[in-house]
Design a binder for this molecule. Structure first.
Ligand code: ADP
Ligand code: MG
Length: 310
């Protein structure tokens, strides 16, 4: 279907990020509910066209179950609107909430989450030759059915010319040593995303980002380059297979770091594939969805006062 910005009704805010705001919206004519990310963008017509073209490549990820469905993108008075499937929560909100209510993130959850993420990233690399470049907990989305999907594919790459660049300074470091220290000429390698996944796993397994947050962003980046890579604390009860998997993701020298086929063949991933007892859906529902009203089917009424655009 053809979607015009004027036909979209805002239902609620889903989150705010460095680039802009994400809102749940409903398409008036079809009733379709989607997540719309609105990005302030000062890029020119030429690069707008190029960005739309490249975002359009995301459509070809439609047959990949580990990717958030991409419905389309448009420009609205200089803003980029990216329309995608709505999910129930993101991994960052999820793990923080879990720790807040006194739960930890169990190893089978980590295994199955990592497996989905790697399968998704591997599909994009193999089929479309695309690299994510911004793997982190807030770009890994979850739903009540227990599905784990990646979003914001390649968007960060498209926004390097826009004002988005300036806000990066406030972000916690998920980038690997070679992106910080390396020659800028070096082509982006899939193994940058593997490092980011390793950091993500430690963050959710431990409950905090592994690089000290009292340091300035500049010092944090220095830590990534200078210090030994972070690892899962050995006393925390994670299996040897799990610890080894994370250790391999966080090889400081990217030439030593495994790519997706090797990761997928590791015992930790084999374990995640064969794990039949643990239910992602049950764990997600028990942890968070009882606290979130089930809103994805709600329709705008005069009470919730929908805001119309244009
Ligand atoms: P960031 O990823 O840097 O946090 P974003 O602007 O990409 O910033 O997203 C902001 C928040 O919006 C995310 O943390 C996530 O919780 C939420 N969000 C993004 N996309 C979706 C989606 N498709 N469905 C549900 N929530 C989403
Ligand atoms: Mg994001």
């Amino acid at each position: 279907i053809e979607i015009a910005a004027t036909d979209l009704i805002v239902l609620e805010e889903l989150g705010k990020g460095g680039y802009g705001i994400v809102e749940k919206m409903q398409h008036r004519q079809s009733g379709l509910i989607m997540a719309v990310k609105r990005i302030k963008s000062s890029i020119n017509d030429q690069s707008q066209k190029q960005m739309l073209n490249e975002l359009d490549a995301c459509r070809r990820s439609d047959c990949c179950p580990q990717m958030v469905r991409f419905y389309g993108a448009m420009f609205r008075e200089g803003d980029v609107w990216i329309c995608m499937e709505v999910m129930d929560t993101s991994l960052d909100k999820f793990y923080r909430h879990a720790y807040k209510i006194g739960k930890h993130i169990p190893e089978p959850f980590i295994g199955k989450m990592a497996l989905s993420v790697i399968e998704g990233l591997n599909f994009m690399k193999e089929q479309l030759n695309l690299i994510h470049r911004d793997v982190k907990p807030s770009n890994i989305l979850l739903n009540r059915h227990g599905q784990v999907k990646i979003c914001d594919f390649g968007i960060s790459g498209h926004l390097t010319n826009s004002l988005a660049k300036t806000v990066q300074a406030g972000c916690k470091p998920y980038m690997p040593p070679e992106r910080i220290d390396g020659e800028t000429k070096t082509a982006y390698d899939v193994r940058a995303d593997v490092w980011s996944l390793g950091i993500t796993i430690i963050e959710i397994a431990v409950g905090t980002h592994p690089y000290a947050n009292w340091k300035t962003p500049f010092e944090q980046l220095k830590q990534v380059v200078k210090e030994p890579p972070p690892k899962l604390p050995s006393e925390s009860g994670f299996s040897a297979d799990c610890q080894f998997f994370v250790k391999r993701c966080l090889e400081k020298n990217y030439a030593d770091r495994p790519k997706y086929p090797e990761l997928l063949a590791m015992p930790f991933m084999e374990m995640a594939r064969n794990e039949k007892q643990f239910s992602m859906a049950r764990f997600i529902n028990e942890t968070v969805l009882v606290f979130i009203p089930h809103t994805s089917l709600h329709y705008p009424t005069s009470e919730n006062n929908p805001k119309m655009f244009f």
